[in-house]
Ligand binder design. Structure first.
Ligand code: NAD
Length: 259
């Protein structure tokens, strides 16, 4: 098959959780530009509608749905809503993240709050959406983790950037867990025509303080942070038939920072 046809996401229905967030918006845009029908979710339906409207104004096929990853009833409603409206699910980008914990010494109940969404809720959502994809005949799951799930923090990045270096432990814990959970899911769903891959991105430029950006970029061989286009090609590849033999993988997308 022609590689352009292999990369096309035409007729594929793909769910992106946290699609109004920083990386979420880039992921939604990339998938829709490759002709997917994209469902973007937020906890707040009006925020998801606003996000979907922004993309529909660009003639992209993006739909909004409400979902709170930490709430099992909400996940159940999302599942039945997808079946009612689209009758199938071909792909899932597991992208939402909750960031309740603010630093090393933050109250430990904030760690538990994080796990409720980023571990327990995430697992529930992942299992339910996997079932929907299998029921639809198969497809692709992409788990968005982080390079912070693969390496410890480099505190020198925060020199001269007050208030930025107190990194929360929950983020390192749940992202590392997700990378191996991805391999688990690939093995547990063997024979069901479903692939699981992880993307571990580096930092996305988001007008962070200049000192941080300078410290960080000096260490990246490409001398820049990730931009809004950088993740698009990977999510399209992994969601499409062009990525049909990539399974159980974790792809570090950090511009060479950790090379
Ligand atoms: N931004 C970066 O530089 C960066 C770097 C590496 C990895 N990542 C990864 O990218 C993914 C997205 O991160 P981001 O920086 O775009 O985050 P973000 O905070 O901009 O967006 C996260 C989204 O998740 C949603 N969310 C939070 N709690 C939720 C819940 N209970 N139910 C449903 N949705 C909920 C938020 O509303 C938001 O839309 C995460 O998996 C993160 O680990 C981000």
């Amino acid at each position: 098959m022609n590689v352009k046809d292999l990369l096309s996401l035409k007729n594929k229905v793909i769910l992106v959780t946290g699609g109004s967030g920083n990386y979420g918006k880039c992921i939604v845009e990339g998938l829709a530009e490759a002709d997917a029908t994209v469902i973007t979710t937020s906890r707040d339906l009006s925020s998801a509608e606003k996000n979907a409207g922004y993309f529909r104004d660009k003639n992209l096929d993006v739909h909004a749905m409400q979902a709170d990853q930490g709430d099992a009833d909400s996940v159940k409603a999302l599942k039945s809503g997808i079946m009612e409206k689209f009758g199938r699910l071909d792909g899932f980008v597991n992208n939402a993240v909750s960031r309740p914990m603010k630093g090393y010494h933050a109250p430990i109940d904030q760690f538990e709050e994080s796990m409720q969404v980023n571990a327990t809720g995430m697992m529930n959502l992942l299992r339910e959406m996997t079932a929907l994809i299998v029921q639809s005949g198969g497809g692709s799951v992409i788990n968005i983790a982080s390079m912070m799930g693969m390496f410890g923090p480099d505190l020198s990045n925060y020199d001269g950037a007050p208030g930025m270096g107190d990194l929360p432990p929950d983020y390192f814990f749940h992202n590392a867990g997700l990378i191996n959970l991805n391999r688990y899911m690939a093995q547990m769903n063997a024979g069901k025509n479903i692939r699981f891959n992880c993307i571990s991105p580096g930092g996305l430029f988001n007008n962070q303080p200049e000192a941080f950006v300078n410290n960080y970029c000096k260490k990246v061989p490409l001398r820049r942070m990730a931009n809004q286009d950088d993740i698009k090609g990977l999510v399209v590849l992994l969601s499409s038939d062009a990525g049909a033999y990539i399974n159980g993988e974790n792809i570090l997308m950090d511009g060479g920072l950790n090379a």
